[in-house]
Design a protein around this ligand. Structure first.
Ligand code: SAH
Length: 508
C-alpha cells in the first residue's frame, strides 16, 4: 500500500534563492507536488525533481478570479489524500501573514499529516538587505511587524495605529504599499513625528531591490514619485538612519546593472555567478552551443596514436572538456595520454587542465593563438616534432602556419563544433530585444558573430545607445572590429574574473 501523503509547509525565503533553508531544499528535492506562491523565486522550483507537478497556488488581491484560500486548502488535502508528498512553498516564512496558519489548520482538522519548515521572513531579511538592522542597543530593543493590508481609516481596522505609534522600536509594515499614505498618516496622527526616518523597500534581497528612504511625512509621496509598487516592506524608526552606513547590498559594484551573458548554456554559469556576486542582474542569452565535430574520424585516429605526439595543444576550455570526454570513453587510465607535453592558449584553459591533475608545460604570456608557438619554443626547437591541436572545427589557420614555419608536423584535430543557439524557451531573448540591457559580454569571437547573426549587433546598439560591450580579449575584440565596432572595455586579463573586473572598473 502506498504510504500516506504529507504536506510540508515550507518557507521559501524572501527572494534571494540562497536564503532557502537546507531542510527546505531537501524536501523540494523529493517533492511529488509543489504548490507555490507568487512571491516564490522561480529558481527554487528547479530543485524539485523534473517529474514533480508544479502548481501555482497564488492569490492576487486584485484578481478575485484566482484561487481562493478554500481552493488551495482543498488542493493540498486532495493531493495529500492521494498519498503524495506535497511541498507547499510560501514566500518568506509560512506562518507570517501568508495564511499558512489557516492551511495548517485545514490539514490538522482533516487529519492529514503536515510539517512546517520556517523560512527567512521578508520582515527581517528585506530591511537587512537595505542596510537596516531591526534592533540595536542605541536605537531600540524591540520591533513590531504589522500588516498594512486593511484600510486604517475604516472604523473596524484591526490595527490600532496610534498604539503602534506609541510602541517603541522599529515598525515593519508588510503589504502596505497600496495604503502607504493612510498608514504613514495614521502613524503621525498617533504621535510619531513626521520627520521620523523611514524607508520602503521593493523586491528586497533580489537583484531588482529598490529602496526609497525619507522622513515618514514624505515617504508616500516619494514612493509614488519613484513609481514604487508591491511587494514592498516599509520600515519606520530612528534605526533607519543606520542605512547610511550599512547599505551593503545596494553598494556592491555592479548593483542595478543588467548584464547579458552570451556564452553557451553549459559555460554561462561561472560568468553569471561572478556577475551576480557583484550585484548584477544577469540575463543569460546563450547564442552558441557546442556540438560534436561533423567528422569524428580524425579525432578517433589521434586518440589511437597519442603516444606518437610530442605536444598536445589546447586553445579553449571547451577543447579540453570535449577531448577528455572522448578520451575517457576510450581509455580507463589517464596514463594512456603518454609522456606528451601540454600547451594551453591561456590561463583558463591551463586551469582546466590542472583540474585534471595535468601540468601545463607552455602557456603564453598573452592569450593569443600564435603566441602558443613562442611559449612552446622555450622548451627547445619544435622542428620535426609532432604537434596535435585539439580545438574547434572552425578554428583559424594561423596557429598551424606558425607551427609549420618552425618545422613542426601538425595535426589539426576538431574536437567540437560551435553552432548558433537560437532557442528561447523562457522568452529571455525576446525580453532583451524589447528592454535592452546595460552590458553585453562577449567571451569569444563566436559569441560576437552569433549575437550579431541573431540580433544584428549594430542595430541593437543603435536602438539602445547606452548599452556597453565588454570583450574578454583581443581575439574577441577582433570579431567586433570586423563589424566596425570597438568594445567599451577589453579585459586586461583574458579570463572570466578579468572580464568582470574590467566591467567593474568601468563602473568606477
Ligand atoms: N510570509 C511572507 C509574507 C507574506 S505577505 C514573509 O514571511 O515574508 C506578502 C508581503 O510580504 C508583501 O506584500 C510584502 O510586504 C512582503 N514581501 C515579501 N517578499 C518581499 C520582498 N522580496 N521584498 C519586499 N517585500 C516583500
Amino acid at each position: 500500500m502506498k504510504p500516506k501523503g504529507i504536506v510540508y509547509l515550507v518557507g521559501a525565503g524572501p527572494g534571494d534563492a540562497g536564503l532557502l533553508t537546507r531542510r527546505g531544499a531537501e524536501l523540494l528535492g523529493r517533492a511529488e507536488v509543489v504548490v507555490y506562491d507568487a512571491l516564490v523565486n522561480p529558481e527554487l522550483l528547479s530543485l524539485a525533481p523534473s517529474a514533480a507537478e508544479l502548481i501555482f497556488g497564488g492569490k492576487r488581491a486584485e484578481d478575485r478570479s484566482c484561487n481562493t484560500q478554500e481552493d488551495i486548502n482543498r488542493l493540498l488535502l486532495g493531493q495529500a489524500r492521494e498519498g503524495k508528498v506535497v511541498v507547499r512553498l510560501k514566500g518568506g516564512d509560512p506562518y507570517i501573514f501568508g495564511r499558512g496558519g489557516e492551511e495548517a489548520e485545514a490539514l490538522a482538522e482533516a487529519g492529514v499529516p503536515f510539517e512546517v519548515v520556517p523560512g527567512v521572513t521578508s520582515a527581517i531579511a528585506v530591511p537587512a538587505y537595505a542596510g537596516i538592522p531591526l534592533t540595536h542597543r542605541d536605537y531600540g530593543s524591540c520591533f513590531t511587524v504589522i500588516t498594512g493590508h486593511r484600510d486604517p481609516a475604516k472604523e473596524h481596522s484591526p490595527i490600532d495605529w496610534s498604539a503602534v505609534a506609541r510602541t517603541p522600536g522599529a515598525k515593519v509594515i508588510l503589504m502596505g504599499t497600496k495604503r502607504l499614505a493612510e498608514i504613514t498618516g495614521a502613524l503621525i496622527a498617533g504621535g510619531l513625528p513626521p520627520e521620523t526616518p523611514a524607508a520602503i523597500v521593493r523586491r528586497g534581497t533580489t537583484e531588482n531591490q529598490q529602496t526609497v528612504a525619507g522622513p515618514l511625512g514624505s515617504l508616500a509621496a516619494l514612493a509614488a514619485q519613484a513609481g514604487l509598487t508591491a511587494p514592498a516592506v516599509v520600515v519606520v524608526g530612528e534605526i533607519v538612519k543606520l542605512r547610511a552606513k550599512l547599505n551593503w547590498f545596494e553598494q556592491r559594484p555592479l548593483f542595478g546593472q543588467r548584464v547579458v551573458v552570451t556564452r553557451s548554456r553549459g559555460q554561462a554559469g561561472k560568468l553569471s555567478e561572478h556577475l551576480r556576486e557583484r550585484g548584477a542582474e544577469v540575463i543569460e542569452v546563450p547564442v552558441i552551443k557546442q556540438v560534436e565535430p561533423a567528422n569524428k574520424g580524425p579525432l578517433g585516429d589521434a586518440l589511437l596514436s597519442l603516444h606518437e605526439y610530442d605536444w598536445l595543444v589546447f586553445t579553449s576550455v571547451n577543447g579540453v572538456n570535449a577531448f577528455f570526454d572522448y578520451f575517457f570513453r576510450m581509455f580507463q587510465d589517464l596514463r594512456d595520454l603518454g609522456g606528451v607535453r601540454l600547451a594551453a592558449v591561456g590561463p583558463a584553459t591551463a586551469a582546466r587542465l590542472r583540474e585534471l591533475h595535468l601540468m601545463v608545460d607552455a602557456i603564453p604570456a598573452e592569450a593569443l593563438g600564435r603566441n602558443v608557438a613562442k611559449a612552446m619554443l622555450e622548451h627547445g626547437s619544435i622542428e620535426n616534432l609532432c604537434v596535435c591541436l585539439l580545438r574547434a572545427e572552425q578554428a583559424s589557420p594561423e596557429l598551424v602556419q606558425v607551427l609549420e614555419e618552425r618545422g613542426a608536423i601538425v595535426d589539426d584535430i576538431p574536437v567540437y563544433r560551435t553552432v548558433a543557439d537560437t532557442d528561447d524557451p523562457r522568452g529571455v531573448a525576446a525580453g532583451l530585444v524589447a528592454a535592452g540591457a546595460d552590458w553585453l559580454t562577449f567571451t569569444s569571437g563566436s559569441t560576437v558573430e552569433n549575437f550579431h547573426a541573431r540580433f544584428n549587433l549594430a542595430e541593437f546598439l543603435k536602438k539602445f545607445p547606452a548599452v556597453r560591450t565588454a570583450s574578454i580579449g583581443p581575439e574577441t575584440s577582433k570579431a567586433l572590429a570586423t563589424l566596425q565596432l570597438e568594445p567599451s572595455v577589453e579585459a586586461r586579463e583574458h579570463t572570466i574574473p578579468g572580464l568582470v573586473k574590467a566591467i567593474e572598473k568601468a563602473m568606477g
